[in-house]
Design a binder for this molecule. Sequence first.
Ligand code: DHB
Length: 307
Amino acid sequence: DLRGQIGPITLSSYLFNASGPRCTTEQELIKLGRSRSAAVMTKSCTLAPRAGNAEPRYRALPLGAIQSMGLPNLGYQAYLEMLPRLKQVGKPVVISISGLSLADNTTMVSAFMASSADLLEINFSCPNIEGKPQLGYDLTQTRQALDTLCTLGDKPIGLKLPPYFDMAHFDAMADLLQQYPIAFVTCVNSVGNTLVIDPETETAMIRPKGGFGGLCGDYIKPIGLANVRAFRQRLPQRIDVIGVGGIKTGTDAFEYLLAGASAVQIATCYEEEGTSCFDRIERELGQLLQRKGYASIAQAKGQLKTL
Ligand code: DHB
């Protein structure tokens, strides 16, 4: 039994796409619907359509990628309008929402609460919009946002969190989150505002923000694992933890399972490989669990041993 779980929703597998790569247009989302991805997750939407930041804004690196896309998306009304067609593929649709203000998030969450979306993932951690700090690094703003957003409807909502790097920050955020009726947290977004330099050309790898951008892929797997583990240890069982960050093999997915993830999302590997990553990683995870004598996801979940 390789099924994943997000709140009240059982997934057909443990793996689906992360918000970010190849999930902006209806064509991309329908393709995800026909793949082995256990759900269809949309690119984070804003109130108005956005072209995103100047190019180059994504660079593949030896062990991952750096990106500062700047929220290119079709605007939330386009996703509302295509939802009935996305639902026809017969799997859960998760809408990622990334308003540039609490008022924008309120408008969009209200609209999707009245739609056929299955789950909402509210993005508190986009690092790439100049002048807009990551909400998840500000406890007061996070509380204010949740006070409003948790009253807008009954659909399960989750939060996409930035990575934290201090035990006091895990404690403070987990203590805050458990006061709200959220169904899941997704850990982690890219590690924000990193800088990768090409020493030959003496330039930054990407154009936006003078080269500062979100670090993705293998580089951030230990950070993702730590965040999943830390939140799983601190949050009540009613809140699922979804893992993301550097998953490109069945072994990577298994490590997130040991850390306590109820399901995992694939971003950089999906960008680089396309939809075949979902079948491949699912198969690899199945073989690994069988070899280790685990009969289900539930049996191995959170079973990390400490020394
Ligand atoms: C973008 C990047 C993120 O890490 C995120 O959470 C949302 C949007 C972007 O640059 O498009």
